[in-house]
Structures are given as C-alpha cells and as structure tokens.
Design a protein around this ligand. Sequence first.
Ligand SMILES: Nc1nc2c(c(=O)[nH]1)N(C=O)[C@@H](CNc1ccc(C(=O)N[C@@H](CCC(=O)O)C(=O)O)cc1)CN2
Ligand SMILES: Nc1nc2c(ncn2[C@@H]2O[C@H](COP(=O)(O)OP(=O)(O)OP(=O)(O)O)[C@@H](O)[C@H]2O)c(=O)[nH]1
Ligand SMILES: [Mg+2]
Length: 465
Amino acid sequence: MSQGLLRYSEATIAAIATPPGPGAIGVVKVSGPLAETIMRRLFKPACGVREFQSHRLYYGWIVDPQTGQPVDEVLCVLMKAPHSYTREDVLEIQAHSGYFILTRILELVLREGARPAEPGEFTKRAYLNGRLDLSQAEAIAELTQARSETGLVMALSSLSGGLSQQALAIKQALTEALAVIEVAIDFPEEDLEIISTYELKEKISSQALSPIEELLKAYEATRVFREGISVVIAGRPNVGKSSLLNAILREERAIVSAIPGTTRDLIEGLVTIKGIPVNLIDTAGLRQARDEIEEIGVARARERIRQADLIIFVVDASEGLTREDQLIYQEIKERLHVVVLNKIDLVNDKNIRNFKGIFLGDQVVPVSALTGEGLDQLFQTLYDLLVGTDLPSPPPVAPNLRQKLALERAQKALIKALHNLERQESPEIVAMDIREALDCLGEITGETTTEEVIDHIFNRFCIGK
Ligand SMILES: Nc1nc2c(c(=O)[nH]1)N(C=O)[C@@H](CNc1ccc(C(=O)N[C@@H](CCC(=O)O)C(=O)O)cc1)CN2
Ligand SMILES: Nc1nc2c(ncn2[C@@H]2O[C@H](COP(=O)(O)OP(=O)(O)OP(=O)(O)O)[C@@H](O)[C@H]2O)c(=O)[nH]1
Ligand SMILES: [Mg+2]
C-alpha cells in the first residue's frame, strides 16, 4: 500500500467470489490493507517461505490460528497494490468448493479484521481507484448478464473503453469550444463575432452534437439486444398459440389440446432469437369466458398484451377468419405485431393467399407449429421488425439506458447553445449551456455522477464481484 494514488482503502473487504453449489474449486477474495497480513496469519505454504511475492501462486494449507487446526488444502495468490483488480492489495484463496468450507474460510478472514463485501464492492473499488471508469464497470455487469453473442460483443467493446473514448473525444471538442468562449468573456470589447460564431457553431455541431446523435441512434438500434423484449402470443382459443410457444422454445412447456380454453395462466419462456433475448409469453385464448377461472386467464392475457413490446397474433389458417379473430385484431392492430397463419399443413396455397389479402399491409407469416415449417421466416420477420435490416456487424459502440439519458440531456444543452449563438446571446449564456453538456457527458464515465447513482449501479452486481 505505497503508491499514494488510492482514495478508498480504509476497510479490508472479503467475500466468497464463486457461486454456491457444487463445483471443482471455490474462491475467497480479500481486498484492502490487511490482505497480506491475513495471508500470513491463515496460510501455511508448503514451501515454507515467509515473504510472499506478488502474483505468485502458492500451494499450502489454511490453518485456524487459534486452534492450529487445518481447514483446507488451497492455492493462494497475493496481488500487491496497485497491480490488482481493485488497485488495492488483493488476496485470493482457491479452496475446495462447498458452501461449508468456503464459509469457514471467510469467517477466519473476517476474524482477522476484514468485513463482508457489499454487492459489487470489489468493482466499485476498482472504479473509485481509477482502474475502470463507470461505463467500463457497467460493461462488466452487462458482460455477466449477456444473453446473446451480440450482447456479449457490445459489452466487451464497452469494457475495452469504446464508449468512454467517444465521450472523451466529445468532451475534448467542447472544452476547446468553451476555451474560445471564455476568451470572449474575458475580453468583452472584442465581441464573439471576431472569433467567428460560425466556426464555433460548426465545431459544436460536427464534433459534439453529431457524434451524440450517432450514439443515440446506436442505442435505438441495439436496445433490443441489450434489454431484450417481451413478445406475447395472442389469439382466440385453439388456434395453436401454445403449440407455437412450444415449437419456438423447443420444449413441451405448455399443455396443448384440441379443447378450446386449455391455457389459462400466462406461460413464459426465455429464448434468443437471432441474438435478441426474448421473453416469450403464451396467453389464454381471448373469448367471452365460460367460467371464473377462464375469465381471470383472459384478463391476465389482456394485461400482458398491453405491456408487450410486440404481439404475435395467431390465426387458424384451416378455419378462416372468425368474428372473434376480427375483434382481437382490432385490439392489437395499432401495436407492433406479426400475424401468424398457423396450421398451414392443413391448407393449400390459395387459402394462404386469401389470408394475406385480408391482412394487407401487415407482416403475415404462414407457419405450422406442428411441423415447424415457416418458423425461420417468423424469426427473420421478428428480427427485421425489431432491428431493421441495416445493423452493421460488429454492432456499433452503444450507450446503455442510463448513458442514453445523459446523452439526451447533453444534446438538449447543445441545441440550446447553438440557438443562443445564433441569437448572438452573451458568451456567458452560451458557456453555461456548454458546461451543462460537459457535465452530462461526465456522467457517462463517472466524473460527475452522483453517489446515489453510483451506489445504484454497483448494487446490481453480485457479492464477490
Ligand atoms: N482469479 C480471478 N480471476 C478473474 C478475476 C479476478 O478478480 N480474479 N476478474 C475479476 O473481475 C476477471 C479478470 N479481471 C481482472 C482485471 C485486472 C486484474 C489485475 O490484476 N490487473 C492489474 C494488472 C496486473 C499485471 O499486469 O500483472 C492492474 O490493472 O494493475 C485482474 C483481474 C476475470 N477473472
Ligand atoms: N394440424 C395442425 N394442428 C395444430 C397446429 N398447431 C396446433 N394444432 C392443434 O390445434 C389444437 C390447439 O392447439 P393449442 O396449441 O392448444 O391451441 P391454443 O391456441 O393454445 O389454445 P387455447 O390454449 O385453448 O387458447 C391442438 O389439437 C393442436 O395439436 C398446426 O400447426 N397444425
Ligand atoms: Mg393454449
């Protein structure tokens, strides 16, 4: 603990860093000024050394110093500040896995003066000690929660600093613009006109506003990959909604029967469709309910349809369009939706063409939930509706929701700045707008983020991370 650049190192923290349950090994992590002392007190290396080198793996035993009892055979590594994940002294004890053993070791560590780590506290220290900025810390959370290849690629590009670099470049341009304006404030007799309002506006729009707008577009284009979406399967009874759910999930999740009104509860499943994490929800067939239970089921279905990002409206191609179908269509037609013509194994092409005529202007996909025919086309249609056809590969660096909201505020401030320059407002006013934008951009990397927001971000991590 020498370097003097650490800002956050009073307490030593400890946690079990591996998930509970059976596994080959389990890790207890310790970070803070006591890490090395704790290693000396609890760990007896087989090689008999007393000074531990940084970043070297030592084999030996954890021994309870009060009783002299061996606790576990382990591998230990000490990573000395600042060359560690947290930039503090870090000790990792690789023990046999098992909740009991790991808890026992953790208890010994706590007895030596460490305290239990809060969720995300190791990463929070890495952030507070400057090893990561806030968008990189968020990328670590996104990395561990990624539900698709595309989500992973995006999180990795944020982790390696892609978004931070863009935010920094924008801030650099704005800082330069601010410097020019401050000259005008300091020397009011040479009015802003002389230093060229035109060049200033040009700089702000091309080097700050445009890149911000690109990032906002990237957010929209990649939002579904990061956040996932909810897709509700809706339609009248017996059209094959539950069969479709099962076919997409590739498992017999919902009960299927020829009796109309089979499904009552909402049945949900997670599935990745062309890289998009989808929460797929099967619902009770919509009709005038026959009993109290069905009535509740239909109410739940309607509630879920209201919340859905997208609706798969299923009709039975073998039966033609009924009055019930038409009523349901009226309910969902203004929402983002796909019409699925199910049971095409029972009909001919002419029937399918007829249906397409009825739903002119809609995305209509003929499928058979029974044979699986048409499912690939359904996935492609969903992808095109949600993403559009022009997402570059690899996907662009994109902000998450929190960062997007900060970018929107920066955008607003810059539009105001341009407007005020246009109206030849005093340089003090323009400077205020630009400082506001700089503040918002600082929230992305964490320089100007409030403590409350920071705590919220790290609390979403798991303990030991
Ligand atoms: N055992 C173990 N595995 C792990 C982690 C960990 O904390 N422990 N990580 C936790 O998320 C991830 C790896 N992330 C890490 C990032 C930086 C450093 C680190 O020590 N950085 C030093 C570089 C030291 C060197 O160059 O030799 C530094 O930045 O100074 C360690 C892990 C995944 N695997
Ligand atoms: N031939 C054929 N039969 C299908 C197809 N899809 C579903 N079925 C049959 O249609 C009947 C109803 O299927 P379900 O999946 O239970 O229909 P549902 O829309 O969930 O019905 P409710 O839960 O009552 O609203 C069952 O007998 C299925 O085997 C299909 O693509 N082709
Ligand atoms: Mg059903």
